[in-house]
Design a protein around this ligand. Structure first.
Ligand SMILES: NC(=O)c1ccc[n+]([C@@H]2O[C@H](COP(=O)([O-])OP(=O)(O)OC[C@H]3O[C@@H](n4cnc5c(N)ncnc54)[C@H](OP(=O)(O)O)[C@@H]3O)[C@@H](O)[C@H]2O)c1
Length: 355
């Protein structure tokens, strides 16, 4: 095992991968060296790469300081890291953190706003990037953390946060008067977590998925009805909000034709099909926007506690919906990436890598 390594993909060909070795970086004064410990991979990470230029996801972890060319990209991952070396008061060697991490053995951060819950990376290159991605949560100051649920946090936390905020925004707006919510890529974690949050709150929940994923999606019990992409025309034409996680242009077209003026909202949430199609939607959902509203309404602690209560309810159910498959080391990370990119990971599989 090399001292330090980085896994990168070619930005113009996400299946072309590189693994480079290097020296373990040394933190300067005011910096902390994190050892990346355990991460997950879902379709969401593929979306970060597909939108790497337009949404600036490539800028979180620049390739050049790691000896990689600018045309390479480090796909952001979510997971746990440990403090390996600290030059910052209040942050100690051995502390464990959850956050946005590079596909690499190490990350140097410049902590600011250090408190009992964690810190933010104040590195200059991250200053203009969306702030929720810059927060690192200490396991000891986090009401959502439970040691025996680390893999669920790795796989679901950012997705569930999106789902929680999406459901909250819909309910906050009386679901725009819709009696039906239609979710594409209904077998995805983000979609079924949103359905879990919205279940029993008014509108009927309809899941749209691939024919091969209908049985899995039905088995979750989150949706009132699950149909395959070919069966959009079988759905009742009632006031409907379309929550699009697939981004598939053909599905959007079929939904628009079928529902006509009964389609009260068409919201782009994701793009599991890897075709940027948000421009064709009526609006784009971006969780940090609703997060800012609720931070104002409820305060940071109020939002934190509402989120962690919802998380614990969800985690108890979701533990039975995912089979965690754990790989080890950089080659397992590469394999998990290529599977996610090719859409080969079954919806029941939760891909985790111990680095
Ligand atoms: N707006 C936001 O703030 C936000 C936040 C979090 C996530 N998201 C987005 O939500 C989407 C779902 O993410 P996730 O991590 O929850 O997904 P996931 O659990 O990994 O979902 C896997 C599902 O996505 C579909 N899929 C995966 N690969 C595919 C491929 N190559 N081609 C076609 N379909 C494919 C399949 O669903 P079906 O067969 O059911 O189509 C598959 O079962 C992503 O696009 C993600 O970026 C958005």
């Amino acid at each position: 095992m090399p001292a330090a390594w980085t896994f990168a993909v070619a930005r113009d060909d996400l299946a072309r991968t590189t693994l480079v070795d290097g020296p373990v970086p040394e933190p300067a004064d005011g910096e902390v060296l994190l050892r990346v410990d355990r991460v997950g991979l879902t379709a969401n990470n593929v979306t970060y790469a597909v939108l790497g230029e337009s949404m600036r996801y490539w800028e979180f972890f620049p390739p050049e300081p790691r000896g990689l060319a600018a045309g390479q990209g480090l796909v952001p991952l979510w997971g746990f890291a440990e403090v390996a070396v600290s030059t910052v008061q209040g942050i100690d060697t051995g502390q464990r953190l959850y956050g946005y991490l590079p596909p690499a053995s190490h990350l140097v951060v410049r902590p600011v706003r250090v408190d009992a819950t964690g810190f933010r990376d104040g590195a200059p290159h991250r200053a203009e990037l969306p702030s929720p991605y810059n927060a690192y949560r200490l396991t000891t100051g986090d009401p959502a953390y439970r040691g025996d649920q680390e893999d669920l946090l790795i796989l679901f936390r950012p997705l569930f946060f999106t789902s929680f905020m999406l459901a909250d925004q819909l309910l906050d707006n009386d679901c725009h008067g819709a009696t039906q919510l239609l979710l594409s890529s209904a077998s995805s974690k983000t979609a079924y977590a949103a359905a879990f949050e919205l279940r029993g709150r008014g509108p009927r929940l309809i899941g749209l998925t691939s024919a091969g994923n209908v049985a899995f999606t039905e088995s979750l019990g989150c949706y009132d009805r699950v149909v395959s992409y070919d069966d959009v025309t079988a759905l009742d034409v009632v006031p409907t909000v379309y929550l699009d996680l697939s981004g598939a242009p053909a599905t959007r077209a079929a939904v628009r034709t079928h529902f006509g003026d009964r389609l009260v909202r068409d919201v782009a949430v994701g793009l599991t099909n890897q075709v940027p199609n948000a421009g064709a939607a009526g609006e784009v959902f971006f969780a940090p926007t609703q997060m800012r509203k609720r931070t104002t309404d409820w305060g940071r602690d109020g939002l934190d506690h509402r989120f962690s209560d919802a998380w614990h309810r969800f985690a108890s159910a979701a533990a039975g919906w995912v089979d965690v498959e754990t790989g080890h080391g950089p080659e397992a990370l590469r394999a998990a990436w290529l599977d996610a990119l090719a859409g080969r990971t079954p919806p029941r599989t939760g891909s985790v890598v111990q680095l």
